[in-house]
Design a protein around this ligand. Sequence first.
Ligand code: F6R
Length: 234
Amino acid sequence: MEVLYTKTAEEGSEKAYQLIREALDNGAKVFGLATGSTPERVYEKLVESDVDFSEAISVNLDEYVGLEGTHEQSYQYFMEQKLFNHKPFKESFVPNGVNEEQAEIERYEAILAKYPIDLQILGIGENGHIAFNEPGTALDSVTHKVELTQSTINANKRNFEKEEDVPRYAYSMGLASIMKAKKIILMAFGENKAQAVKDLVTATKADPAIPSTVLVNHPDVTVIVDKAAATLIK
Ligand code: F6R
């Protein structure tokens, strides 16, 4: 695991942007994408650039159960607004939050089997989750329905009118699905991620209590951390 320390989130986003461009130039075709505030600036940079994803595929990590893709808080909608409407991919896949559980799991696993991910972008939750794999998720998990923890509901309620509006379940790629990506870039910005960053970069083995630590077993992970998120390790 390579850890890159940057002064600011802006610098970290620039670094991630460059790594994505480099991967595309080197032939990467399938991009695993995340939502949330962490990658927003990276998507802005991609939108402002001359990058061309028209021959590439994107596969998103997760979606709230119960939200249509047209719902403003859905991750489908987020991706359209932030990236897809400006830089269309040949095909873009996001879990379908209104599909029935078993059907959606099978559909998404088939997509991942057909389009193995070349480069996966990740954020990290304050509790160490990656995608919506909350603490306790099996290390060998594939796409599954997740009950969100209170920590995640609290962190995500900022995007909803009130806490009760935050969906309690999500569909998420599993930890084993994420580990299949050829290359992974995880970004962590801000002081609220400091504990999660410490737990990740000091981990010596994968521990289901801290889902991000599954990444210690991956051969090509770059973690980009800004100064605020590095306060407990530097
Ligand atoms: C989103 C996702 C989540 C977020 C994490 C951090 O698709 O998979 O794991 O990356 O919750 O969220 P932000 O970036 O909003 O702090």
